[in-house]
Design a protein around this ligand. Sequence first.
Ligand code: IVH
Length: 685
Amino acid sequence: MSRNPFIKTPFPEFKDPEQLSEKQAGKEIGQLREAIEKHNQFYYVENDPQISDKQYDRLFERLLELEEAFPGHRSRVSPTKKIGAPPAGALKKKKHAAPMLSLDSSEKKEKAEHFLKQLRKKTGKDNPEFIMEPKFDGLSVEVVYEHGEFSHGVTRGDGETGEDISANVKTIGSLPLRLSNENGLPDFLPVRGEIFMGKDDFHDLNKKRIEKGEKPFANARNAAAGIVRQLDPAKVADKPLDIFFYEIIEPAEHVFESHWELLKRFKKWGLKTNPEVRKGNSFEQISDYHRSMEKKREELPYEIDGIVIKLNDRPLRKKLGVRQRSPRWAFAWKFSPRQEVSTLKEIVVQVGRSGILTPVALLEPVDVGGVTVSRATLHNEDEVNRKDVRPGDRVKIFRAGDVIPGISGRVEKTGKKREKTYKMPRKCPACHTEVVREGAYVVCPAGLSCPAQLKGSLKHFASRPAMNIEELGAKTIGQLVDREMVKRLPDLYTLKTEDLSQLPGFAEKSSKKLHDSIRNSRDTTLSSFIYALGIRHVGTRTARILAREYESLDRLMEASAEDLASISDIGKETAESIAHFFSNADNRKMIEKLKEAGLKIGLDMRGTSSRLEGKTFVITGELEDFRREEAKEKIEALGGRATSGISDNTDYLVVGENPGSKLDEAKKRNIPTLDEKEFKKMIET
Ligand code: IVH
């Protein structure tokens, strides 16, 4: 592998294909394929890309070029074949190599205890070793490799026969089409894994669907399941699916002595495994693991709905055997559900900073998986009516991770008179301007003369990743707007200490503090300022890309939608939104006013950017002064990289309160750790 010239940059110069012999081409094609699989692994599995997107594209295009010129070397498992299969008429049925079993499962602690008791009895061991894994909330798939090459992928179906989803499975970034050559790779290797969609990707996808007026998916699992059964693989390829592998099935089942060995080998072969897997041999450990994973559930980037306990000793597993549908050697201890039922008291309307009116359900407070919920979003009018929920109804509430709770539908009750179907107000509840319809949304067209939109914009403007006006909270913003002391964003900077001291609760000292905080915010960076403007579709990441690309506000303001769209990572919609924002005369005037108020925009990425250049950080546990995203932003702004998993490329582990297993991992690998104080020092000096 180390001799492969395409693993590390700089790559050797590419020769004209015409100058290559068949043999030379074959060799280069082999190296390119191996390198691309490897870079797919770095990118999708380890979250730690080793080359830039551009460099990756160069390798990919070179491979395409050679495969075109040397048809004899084409292969159905080349990385170039991950995408591009034609749409199918229908999914074909396919029989599994061995029946795909299910798991015995329960939410009850006693059942988990019982499982361990049975395991002790049946194995005759007091402390049989077991492996604990998250129970992924995705969809089960059988993937078969033959002679190390991807052969096919099949859904679970009825356990005996499923649907052939090979063309779709192949598009998954983290799934290798060819396994790394390792001793002990069985010729016929059927493995089992779980296809899923990450939480962030799921939210992005749903947001887009809602914007387009399409029905959002109820949860990430439904999204993954719907997408993977699509008939057109091209429509799968642009969706962010992922996979974890966790079992090997007959007939290759018994090539390993233990499950632990197997997972280690999976990793070596290039099959993505989950990093949260642990060993144990007591119920206390099971219980601790269950508790810690349930807590961690919120912060994991994918959905899990319990833990799975599996006997580690594989030959022993065979002795224990299986029941009708599930093996005796495994058990799923599920988490308590995050669905509850409560009464919908009222539907109110919230006006966001972009003017969108969002119906919000006020609920009889109810505990949903450990969090009291009294509000849930209903997205838009169509959603309210599709779900047919009205005040007085009993409704099903769900909570997924850290997002705003939602309502999945209502519990029907017969014979009860219901209120009328819901209609959005005709006038904005904040400024009484007549609302307009924009696609699926109802929007207040008043812009910043609507107090709700102004408040929202100010909140965004003052937030930490924007202008970072620490002393300016939502309450103060409300007072400033209601008293008409601030009518436009730039008005903030002409407020005097005396003005502020008139606000309820503000004494001399506190008004001076707020005044200073506002003044100091004028000293900002280009990316923070771009973000602060609150342009539709421009989050912190896009703002950073724009700052890096244009390096000056004036240049950005003159960029056309085409210019903007030519930047990789900036889509057409975003490009249009940016160009539209800066072409608006009011917005230009506002920026002019802010400049007059003494705005100082530093060139953020340059100058300071090289300080952490080449350094890779991983964060574990909770930091006191930053949210994790903020800490990552700081690192990236200084030219460093922040990744989620420990690897050989990790330079520092930043350790907060209640660190996770990453700390052990770092110690094992002798990776230096920083506590929050040390980390702060490093990014501040
Ligand atoms: S092992 C023979 N391990 O849970 C048993 N399954 O309710 C093979 N699942 O259909 C399954 N995470 O789709 C196993 N770490 C994990 C899992 C897992 C999720 C799913 C699997 C199965 C379902 C059973």
